[in-house]
Design a protein. Structure first.
Length: 150
């Protein structure tokens, strides 16, 4: 009995010491949420992403809107590169990024009217974080968002 407890403690200690750090010199990006999955004219859509990074994070967030089910060619109506705001220098960065678009709303980056002819779009937004050293995160995607024609 005494040896099984000792073995269990040794195994637990070994597993915990092998645990990989969540911080890396390659940015890590995670999709957290979107405030709506049904976007009507005059509304704002906000995507929340979280990231971790080891070092001083400066770089860009790349955003792509994919509308794959149009009867015409596949259409990308948004391909945006956002320069990241300055974050306080730290060896272990962790935070959130909010990306906002307005559908016929002034003061926001615009979402264009649906690309499908005379009908609603179902779009997926993809995000990639790239630092100045050209380290690139995995691509994360939003759930489908319906952009209403009228």
């Amino acid at each position: 009995m005494r040896y099984s407890i000792l073995f269990s403690l040794l195994l637990f200690t070994t597993l915990m010491s092998c645990k990989k750090s969540q911080f890396s010199t390659t940015p890590s990006l995670k999709f957290e949420n979107v405030n709506t999955k049904n976007l009507h004219p005059g509304e704002i859509i906000e995507f929340t992403l979280s990231f971790t990074y080891k070092g001083d994070l400066t770089g860009n967030l790349l955003v792509q809107e994919l509308v794959p089910k149009c009867s015409t060619d596949e259409t990308d109506s948004i391909n945006t590169i956002y320069t990241l705001p300055p974050f306080p220098a730290s060896q272990q960065q962790k935070g959130e990024i909010t990306v906002s678009y307005g559908y016929n709303v002034t003061g926001y980056s615009p979402i264009t009217t649906p690309q499908c002819v005379s009908r609603n779009d179902t779009a997926v937004f993809r995000f990639v974080l790239k630092d100045d050293a050209m380290h690139i995160s995995d691509t994360v995607s939003s759930p489908p968002v319906v952009i209403y024609y009228q």
